[in-house]
Design a protein around this ligand. Structure first.
Ligand SMILES: Cc1cc2nc3c(=O)[nH]c(=O)nc-3n(C[C@H](O)[C@H](O)[C@H](O)COP(=O)(O)OP(=O)(O)OC[C@H]3O[C@@H](n4cnc5c(N)ncnc54)[C@H](O)[C@@H]3O)c2cc1C
Length: 344
């Protein structure tokens, strides 16, 4: 049976992906589509030319590393509407299209006088990517603001709305990263933004920034977060990266006790349930990898957790450096480092 789509959107062939990722590594997508509406997205998914091909949803490309070409269709949703859909005495409920730029979304909410996202200022990527990766910074994770995530199941072409409790949010993870929900395409995310401003500034660097002052406006927190981030993270426009390349490993407190016997300076954060988080950046620094380069692939000299592309590195070279870093940490501390970005 032939399906004729009344709506046919422009699908490009053999598209260079470097400009669409913050690592800026060379890789080619066989097909590439940028639907601006849900109707355009469904038209692409129904298009017989692409049925059965591998499919990849790309947001801002800020947490993805291509180590090879993509022999299928890359779909980059561009729906970016921001709508105040409801409010009560305590919260504003805001729905944002998955393709909206996250940094711009935070700035726009603050411009409208809406608190709640200031701690997540200046994180690259899209709203959809943020909900998939459960972005977090300076004491806040997006999961704490999510009400629901609207998705399209591309297999059944049905719309599904997942409440926050169905999203299985954890440290940089969600149900959207695991089967079967990794097939879902996020269309929009609804956030609840508290009307009362309660600054979150207990995170060590932020507390230090404010000293004995308490921020009275969300914009002050946003400015502080932006200033701190600019100091320690590379600007993707100048130096390619995906932010933190490794997650901070979570280990048992018994393991921490053993490690501390050898390394009293080890940086750890206590978690519940007899577990603790180790600072991956500290571990990488301790094995002497901070600032190391293998060709154009490098460990960022200001923050060892970040791998960078000094120019012409390939995704495979960055991945090889990541493996070298992880092996060195494993050898010295017996701790596994897990990459945070999606590796293709
Ligand atoms: C300089 C720098 C600093 C960073 N700092 C932080 C930080 O402080 N905290 C933090 O948590 N992260 C940080 N990151 C990582 C990154 O910004 C986030 O993970 C971001 O949310 C990724 O969003 P994206 O749209 O770029 O997703 P992409 O990288 O494009 O995709 C990531 C994953 O999400 C999936 N995806 C994207 N959009 C959709 C959609 N609409 N539907 C279904 N799946 C989708 C993709 O298929 C892929 O699996 C940083 C990155 C950089 C480069």
């Amino acid at each position: 049976m032939t399906h004729t789509n009344s709506l046919r959107i422009d699908v490009r062939e053999n598209v260079e992906l470097a400009p669409y990722t913050t690592f800026g590594v060379h890789a080619v997508a066989r097909f590439f589509a940028e639907p601006r509406t849900t109707e355009e997205l469904t038209a692409v998914l129904r298009d017989e030319r692409f049925l059965g091909l591998p499919r990849l949803i790309l947001g801002g490309g800020s947490n993805i590393l291509f180590t090879r070409d993509f022999d299928g269709i890359v779909i980059r949703p561009r729906m970016d509407e921001l709508e105040l859909i409801d409010e009560n005495d305590e919260y504003r409920f805001v729905r944002i299209g998955a393709g909206a730029d996250w940094t711009r979304t935070v700035a726009e909410t603050l411009d409208r006088g809406w608190n709640g996202l200031e701690n997540l200022s200046l994180i690259p990527g899209t709203v959809g990517g943020a909900a998939v990766q459960n972005i977090g910074a300076y004491g806040l994770e997006i999961a704490e603001r999510i009400v629901e995530v609207e998705c399209l199941n591309p297999e059944t072409m049905q719309f599904v709305t997942l409440g926050v409790d169905d999203c299985d949010y954890g440290y940089r993870t969600s149900t959207f990263k695991h089967e079967p929900n990794n097939a879902l395409i996020v269309l929009s995310v609804t956030l609840s933004l508290p009307k009362r401003f309660e600054p979150i500034f207990s995170y060590k660097e932020l507390a230090h920034y404010f000293g004995d002052q308490t921020p009275t406006q969300a914009s002050e927190v946003a400015q502080a977060v932006i200033a701190l981030r600019r100091k320690k993270l590379p600007d993707p426009a100048e130096l390619g990266s995906a932010g933190s390349f490794f997650k901070n490993p979570v280990v048992s407190r018994i393991k921490v006790r053993h490690l501390l016997e050898d390394e009293p300076r080890l940086v750890t954060y206590q978690l519940g349930g007899g577990r603790a988080k180790l600072a991956a950046g500290w571990l990488i620094d301790a094995v002497g990898m901070k600032g190391k380069r293998r060709g154009d692939a490098g460990v960022y000299e200001r923050q060892a957790l970040v791998l960078v592309n000094h120019g012409q590195a390939s995704g495979a070279e960055i991945k090889a450096l990541a493996d070298e870093v992880a092996a060195a940490v494993k050898r010295r501390f017996g701790v596994e480092l897990e990459p945070e970005p999606v590796i293709i």
